[in-house]
Each structure stands twice: as structure tokens, then as C-alpha cells.
Unconditional design. Structure first.
Length: 470
């Protein structure tokens, strides 16, 4: 260990990645447990309409925050590479600049999101009879963006240093408080979806403030206070690394929104089923995403240190771990889909729709996991454009058109979308994931990523930080 972080360039690759990812994994379990509990409480105690109203808010929030998420990824890569190269002053500059960027952009996104909330829901074909409930829930969530993305910026900084435990401790505490507040505000005080939204906002502010207090008291390299300084050169480098990741997130989130707009055409019952299954899907796929975050930090440090054989071994170890986890979740989804759906609703038709969705999508969890592992490797070496291209092809050129062709009737007017069969809609998701995996694997086998990574590592050792350019 050096300068308050963790050295990921030494030791058995599988053990290092597992030890680094497990705290995030535990935090993810609690966070996803909250997401499932939140949806279950709303669905059981408020109703199907409320469940559908909460479901559409999350992809919209993800869409509006995509740029911030990309900057967080860029900050993790930059910090991990500086840390691997032993440039500790630059680590501090990056942490300061990232926090300032994230909080500033969160403010802008909150204002824009609240100002145009109803227009966004109308654009996405959301049923008018449920509009007011959905808009109210969404606007409350948007008011908490500073806490949500300020916390995420601190977590991204610490992951770059190899410290995945500190932010997770506060995330676990936040998730527990969130569940308790859900029960109190929704079940006992009957505040409906607004109560669930306020529970989320309050718990994230608690996590953010706790993280700041802890870091200022304990951490050697990071302080969150008025002494932070914005560095223009660091900002440019974060943009170079973060912009492609942001673009990828925009592609992913906007693709999900467009998919949701198709789901909305089939009515409240299908929206509720999609919302419920999406919560379980998040539970099943998020471990892969967190192990990928661990792999990105691992690859970043080892790129800075010039250890490329170790990078390959780290990739294979990650794939083995996430593959096992994915198969476990697939087995649960296939063996007990009815039980999972009954956690959210008592509506027979909603349950049947959700079960059909589970059976089509869950066998492809492992495909999603492998795709994310490859993309994490590319990001860790500073090559953030390739994952962006893969996301564009998989979502926009494959998944979305497949959804339209499978589930809708275009008639003679391509702008008139007529819902036909929502059961065929679910196939578009595994089709998109499979396309993404094929593209990611092909690029890996070409070894172009390795050639570019060697060149960038050489420049970095000479004093030039790795950029996001290819």
C-alpha cells in the first residue's frame, strides 16, 4: 500500500480483483435490495399504476446523468493511471477537479430535468392518466442529484486509488436507511410514490455527507472543502477520457429510454411488469458491472506500471468470476420467476408478463457479463472510444430496430408505431447484448487494444498522461 491507496499491480490477479470488487459487490447487493424493496413496497401498498410511475423515472434519470457518469469513469481511469505511475500530486488535482465538475453538472441537470419533466414523459408515450404521479416522483428524485453524483464522484476517486471499501460502507448504511424510510413514509404515513422518492433523496444526502466527513478526517490524499482547486489541464484530460464514456452512457441510456417508449405503448400492466423485471435484472447484472469497475481500476494501474501480461490474466480472472455469478442468477430467474414477480404485485396478468420476460432474458446474463468485462479492459487502458462504438451498434443499430420489427406494426408510416405483440419485444435485449459481445471479443482478438496501450504507457512513463484518443 502506498500514499493511502491500494497497489493493484502486485499479487494474484483473481484475489486482487476479488478483494477489490467484493466491498463494491456487498454495497451493490444492499443498493439493489433497496431498489427491489422500493418497487415491492410501491407495487404492493400503492398499486400497479404507482409501480409503472416509478419505473419510468430511473431510465430518464440515467439519461440526464449520463455525462456525469462518464466523467466519473474518466476520473477513475485518470486517478488509477496517475497512482500506478506514482504521480501523487496529480492524483490530488484530479480528485479536486472531478468533484467540482460533478457537483456543478449535477446542479445544471437538476434544473433542466425539473423544468422539462412533463415534456419528457409526454415524449416517451407515458399514459396520460398516470402522468401526474410519475412527474411528481421524478422531480423529487432530481432534487437529490447533488448528493447522488457528489457521492459517485468520491466513490470514483477512491476506486482509482484502489480503495473500494470506504464508499461502500456509507452506501450500505444509506440503503438500510432508505428501506426503513420507505416503510415509514409509504406504508405507515401513506405518502405514496412521493414518500419513496424522498426516502431515496434523504438517504443519498446522508451517504454523501458521511463520506465527506470521513475522508476529511481519515484520508491522506483527499480533502473535500473550500481548499479544492479546479485544474484546467486536468479538466481537459478528464474530458478526453470521460467524453467517450459519457457518449457511451448517453447511447445506452437513450437506447433504454427509446425501448421504454415502446413498452409504454402496451399500457400500464406491461409497464409495471417491465419495471419489476428490470429491478431483478439490475440485481443480476450489477455484480458484473461492479467487477468491471474493479477491472478498470486494475487495468489502469497496471497500464501505468506497464504490466500487460498481468492485464490479460486479470481479464480472464474477472470473466471467470462474473460468469459464475451470472449463471447463479440465471438459475434463480428460471426456477422461480413466479415467486420473484409476486414480490412486486398480485396482478395475475402483470405476473404472467414478467415471467415471460424472465424466461427470455435471464439465460443471457452471462453474455452481458462477458461484454462488460471486455469493455472494462478497454476503458482501463484509456481506450474509451471502442466501448462507445460497441454500445452504439448494439443498442441503436440492433436492439432498438429489433424491438420495433418484433413487437410493432409500422404499417405504411414509419412514424406511426402500432403495438402488436409485447411478448416478442423482450427478445431484442439478448439480441443487443449478443451483438455487443461479438464486437468486443473481435476487437480483443485483434490485439489493437494492446498495441495502443503499450504506446500510451510509454508516453505516460515519459511524463505524458494517457489520453482518451486512439
Amino acid at each position: 500500500m502506498k500514499q493511502g491507496g491500494k497497489d493493484l499491480t502486485k499479487g494474484n490477479e483473481a484475489k486482487v480483483i476479488l478483494k477489490f470488487a467484493l466491498p463494491m459487490m456487498v454495497g451493490n447487493i444492499f443498493q439493489q435490495l433497496y431498489n427491489v424493496t422500493d418497487a415491492a413496497i410501491v407495487g404492493k401498498f400503492v398499486g400497479t399504476r404507482a409501480l409503472s410511475a416509478t419505473g419510468i423515472s430511473f431510465p430518464i434519470l440515467f439519461m440526464l446523468s449520463s455525462m456525469i457518469i462518464g466523467f466519473a469513469i474518466g476520473g477513475t481511469i485518470l486517478i488509477s493511471q496517475y497512482y500506478g505511475a506514482g504521480k501523487y500530486k496529480d492524483v490530488k488535482k484530479t480528485a479536486d477537479t472531478l468533484q467540482i465538475i460533478m457537483v456543478g453538472l449535477a446542479l445544471i441537470i437538476s434544473i433542466v430535468g425539473i423544468a422539462f419533466s412533463k415534456e419528457i414523459f409526454v415524449l416517451l408515450n407515458f399514459p396520460p392518466d398516470n402522468m401526474d404521479m410519475a412527474v411528481s416522483y421524478f422531480e423529487i428524485l432530481m432534487s437529490g442529484n447533488i448528493a447522488i453524483f457528489g457521492y459517485n464522484s468520491l466513490a470514483a476517486t477512491l476506486r482509482g486509488l484502489g480503495d473500494s471499501q470506504t464508499p461502500v460502507k456509507f452506501l450500505i448504511l444509506s440503503s438500510i436507511v432508505n428501506i426503513i424510510l420507505d416503510i415509514v413514509l409509504v406504508v405507515f404515513f401513506n405518502y405514496g410514490v412521493n414518500g419513496a422518492a424522498w426516502a431515496t433523496v434523504i438517504s443519498y444526502f446522508m451517504a454523501y455527507i458521511s463520506d465527506i466527513l470521513y475522508l476529511n478526517a481519515r484520508h491522506k490524499m483527499i480533502r473535500i472543502d473550500f481548499s479544492m482547486r479546479f485544474d484546467k489541464n486536468i479538466f481537459k484530460k478528464i474530458i478526453q477520457l470521460g467524453l467517450p464514456s459519457s457518449a457511451q452512457m448517453v447511447l445506452v441510456s437513450s437506447g433504454n429510454l427509446l425501448f421504454f417508449s415502446i413498452v409504454n405503448l402496451f399500457g400500464t400492466g406491461v409497464i409495471a411488469a417491465y419495471t419489476a423485471v428490470s429491478r431483478i435484472n439490475s440485481f443480476a447484472t450489477m455484480p458484473s458491472m461492479f467487477f468491471s469497475s474493479a477491472l478498470t481500476a486494475f487495468v489502469g494501474q497496471n497500464t501505468g506500471a506497464g504490466k500487460f501480461k498481468r492485464i490479460r490474466r486479470g481479464l480472464y480472472a474477472t470473466m471467470m468470476i462474473v460468469g459464475i455469478i451470472s449463471l447463479f442468477f440465471t438459475a434463480i430467474a428460471l426456477l422461480m420467476p413466479n415467486f420473484l414477480m409476486k414480490l412486486f404485485t398480485n396482478d395475475y396478468q402483470v405476473i404472467a408478463t414478467g415471467v415471460d420476460y424472465f424466461r427470455k432474458v435471464s439465460p443471457f446474463y452471462i453474455v452481458f457479463a462477458m461484454m462488460f468485462s471486455y469493455n472494462a479492459l478497454y476503458r482501463g487502458t484509456g481506450n474509451t472510444l471502442v466501448p462507445m462504438y460497441i454500445a452504439f451498434v448494439a443498442l441503436w443499430l440492433v436492439r432498438f430496430p429489433a424491438a420495433i420489427l418484433l413487437a410493432l406494426n409500422l404499417s405504411f408510416n414509419p412514424f406511426q408505431l402500432i403495438p402488436v405483440d409485447f411478448s416478442r419485444l423482450w427478445w431484442s435485449e439478448p439480441i443487443g447484448w449478443s451483438t455487443g459481445l461479438i464486437l468486443a471479443t473481435s476487437y480483443y482478438l485483434s490485439n489493437k487494444w494492446l498495441i495502443q496501450a503499450r504506446k500510451k504507457a510509454t508516453k505516460m512513463q515519459a511524463g505524458h498522461i494517457i489520453s482518451g484518443k486512439n
